[in-house]
Write a protein that binds this ligand. Structure first.
Ligand SMILES: [Zn+2]
Length: 99
């Protein structure tokens, strides 16, 4: 397995993208819900789309939480405790912004 600086940087970029997608889905929840309710008049469609959106938020959150650190190969945001807002690896201290 490649352990070079390029591999670490691409792994960190992947974690950053996952986290931003998760934040975007979370922040977009209310505007999307309002937009969908304005466009559709069926409560059934609203509920289905809300459920799909919630599953997407859940999946993106799990993908962030279980991100693997490109340097130490352990969970990036899980150490002694879990903190998905952490700016560095909870195990080896690798900064998310890069080395
Ligand atoms: Zn690490």
């Amino acid at each position: 397995m490649e352990q070079g600086k390029g591999a670490i940087e691409s792994g960190l970029r992947r974690i950053r993208i996952r986290r931003w997608v998760s934040y975007g889905l979370f922040v977009g929840w209310l505007p999307c819900g309002i937009a969908v309710s304005k466009v559709t008049s069926s409560g059934k469609i609203d509920m289905t789309l809300a459920l799909v959106y919630m599953v997407a938020i859940l999946i993106s959150g799990v993908m962030v939480g279980f991100s693997i650190c490109p340097r130490c190969k352990q969970y990036f945001f899980m150490g002694t405790y879990t903190n998905t807002f952490s700016a560095k690896c909870m195990n080896c201290g690798l900064p998310l912004s890069g080395e």
